[in-house]
Every structure is written in C-alpha cells, then in structure tokens.
Design a protein around this ligand. Sequence first.
Ligand code: ATP
Length: 249
Amino acid sequence: MTEIPEDHPRHDSLVTRHRIEDGVDDGITSRQGLIAQGRGEAYDYLLGEETIPSADAAERAAAAQLLTADHPVVSVNGNVAALVPDALVALAAATGADLAVNLFNRTEERVERIADHLREHGASGVLGTKADARIPGLDHERATVDSDGIYDADVVLVPLEDGDRAAALAEMGKTELVIDLNPLSRSAQAASVPIIDNVVRAVPNITAHARDLSEAENAAREECIQEFDREAALRAAEERIRGGMSGGA
Ligand code: ATP
C-alpha cells in the first residue's frame, strides 16, 4: 500500500480508499464496491468526516439492540470486510453476534475469500457459505442467505446494504440496524436504527457502547432502545449535510 503521511489533510480518507482498492485486488471487494465507496466519501465530506451526536446515539441504540437480541447477526459485504475486519470481529465478541457474509454480487469464490479473510483476522464461526435459505420478495441471486444466519436473526446489523434487500429484511419483521452515510438512501429509510456514519467510525463505536452497556442494568439497555428516535436521527444527518459543518446536528 502507498505510504500516506500521517499529517496529510486527507489521511484517513485516503487510507480508507486504499483499503478498498486492496480489497478489489484481493478478490474481497467487487468493482461496484469502488463506486459505493465514492458515494460514501462525498457524504462523509459533507458530514465533516466525524460521528455527529445523532449518529453516536444511533450507535448506542444499535449496541443495546444487539445485546438484547435473541439471535443478533452482523451482515458482512466486500466493502466492510476490506475496511474493518478487526473491528467486525471485536463487535461480534462484544455483542455475541454471528458474522454472516451477505453479498449483493454473490459468487461462491468471493464468499469464501471474505470468510477466510475474517478468519485470518480472528473470527471463529463465519456464516453465509451454505446459501440454503431465501429472503422472500427478492430475485434468486440477491435473496440467498444461510438458514441459521441472517434468515434466523431477529436483529441484524447491515452496513452498506442495498435498498431493496434492506426493505425485504424489514418486511420479514427483523429489527434492522443500517450503517449508511446517506440519510436519504432507501436502506437508511427502511432501518429501525439508521446509523448515518462511516463504517470505519461506526463499527468500533458500537463496540465501545456495547462494552459499556453490557455492564449496565437491563433497564438501561431498554431505555436506550426506547429513547432512540429514528426520524430525528435521519433529520439531524440531513440537516448537517445540507447545512455544512455549521449545521446544528
Ligand atoms: P439505496 O438502494 O439504499 O438507496 P444504493 O443501493 O443506490 O442505495 P449504492 O450505490 O450501493 O447505494 O451505494 C452504497 C451506499 O453505501 C451509499 O449510500 C453510500 O453512502 C454508502 N457508503 C459507502 N461507503 C460507506 C462507508 N464507508 N460507510 C458508510 N456508508 C457508506
């Protein structure tokens, strides 16, 4: 990877971009993943490349949801696997969630590569390779999941999900936690908990909240879930994007 000086004004953004490029070279990330990254960067720039307070509240609510779930699952695609493999493994450990590979442009080879990549970063059981169940309402390719993974989950964290699939998962009655930098994307709009933040910041912050909340009373986790206002979170992010860094979010 090209060395980027620590004091470069766009250091974090460039490191992230190179991780996605490496992901493509390693067969983990699809070429469409490059386009998704570009879209994300634009929104992140407008958000000020920081976790705004409403996103932090969403990340805490997401942590509470994962901790109180019967079967929490974290969906992993090629972008997320390239960007935050260690943070995904830490999140799974902190919440008891399963990691499940779930690809929009699914090929057996890419699923296996991502599962191997996660195992190299310390993941134990990685789901998503069986492909023995279908999400209703989607065409065959995009509907494929594991029966004991996303299909069975009551709470599912989907970073960078496609809008149709996010809507179909919500339709199945799952509590959906979506990380997406665009508050207007169909995925964010379909989510019970829309997290308008970069996965690079969001995943470790959900883990930090989970560690904190796992030591709290049940009532504290419930309160966190009840108090979260999805409409307000979407509005705050949109205001920040439209208003620039002087916005009130
Ligand atoms: P939708 O169908 O949900 O309306 P889309 O399928 O058109 O959206 P894509 O073109 O797949 O969306 O773009 C991927 C989405 O992922 C964009 O909304 C982008 O903001 C978001 N995204 C890309 N990179 C990141 C990242 N690192 N962190 C969070 N979100 C990201």
